[in-house]
Design a protein around this ligand. Structure first.
Ligand SMILES: [Fe+2]
Length: 239
């Protein structure tokens, strides 16, 4: 048995009605809360009205599976946004060796932060590891190659100059409407290389831990895989 509830103006989700146990009910209701397929796109305000309470209901479970559920749920809503307001200001991303990569903040997220990014043609945002928050990236225009890696060395500490082994888990062309996910436990190193027309998109970031003293570590990865089948590369922590 399902019911349709309005989670934002004009945006409905179908939810299965559960008739037993409160904790189980809530878990199942969340599980079956699916955007109605025929509803199409939503405005940015509708996204916030739906995503803010959803994020609050899911953020507490920081297990690997809990983060997966959180990221996939927010991503399912983000992918429906038809237009995003411009940020108040653009600032250099500080994550590039050259100028031309910028980020801007748009208010409205309560437990998450909405950051726009834009990249001039052929610029690069360096590979960096997310150690204290997860990310839903949504492509809005242009195209960018996005690569994700995970450290497979036993010692995962950030020590500049240390040589480590990493696995490439994702190598994707991010175009408008595409999603890339970073959790603390999966795909948590990512970097962007803009195509010849540049690229822009959103990062919906959610802090789950205090920011470590070292901030956001950068990684340099060798060009050739050490193990091509497993996509294992030698890499070096950088400042
Ligand atoms: Fe990032």
């Amino acid at each position: 048995m399902t019911e349709e509830i309005e989670v934002a103006d004009g945006f409905f989700v179908k939810r299965r009605k559960i008739v037993f146990g409160t904790a189980a009910s809530m878990a199942f209701a969340r599980l079956f809360m699916m955007p109605a397929a025929a509803q199409g796109t939503m405005s940015y305000d509708q996204f916030l009205k739906a995503a803010n309470p959803l994020a609050k209901s899911l953020i507490g479970d920081t297990s690997t599976a809990g983060q997966d559920e959180y990221l996939h749920s927010i991503a399912a809503l983000a992918a429906r946004v038809d237009a995003v307001p411009d940020p108040v200001a653009w600032n250099d991303s500080t994550q590039s060796f050259t100028p031309g990569t910028e980020i801007g903040f748009t208010p409205g997220g309560e437990s998450f932060t909405v950051l726009h990014w834009r990249m001039a043609p052929n610029t690069e945002i360096r590979l960096h590891r997310h150690d204290y928050g997860n990310v839903v990236t949504l492509g809005l225009g242009g195209e960018a190659r996005v690569r994700n890696f995970e450290v497979v060395s036993e010692n995962k500490d950030y020590v500049p100059g240390n040589i480590i082994k990493v696995r490439k888990t994702v190598d994707q062309q991010l175009t408008a409407g595409n999603i890339n996910l970073v959790s603390l436990d999966r795909n948590n190193i990512h970097g962007f290389i803009a195509g010849p027309d540049g690229a822009h998109g959103l990062d919906i970031t959610t802090r789950l831990k205090p920011r470590p003293e070292y901030g956001t570590p950068y990684l340099g990865v060798r060009t050739d895989a050490e193990d091509d089948i497993r996509q294992i590369y030698e890499a070096e922590w950088q400042t």
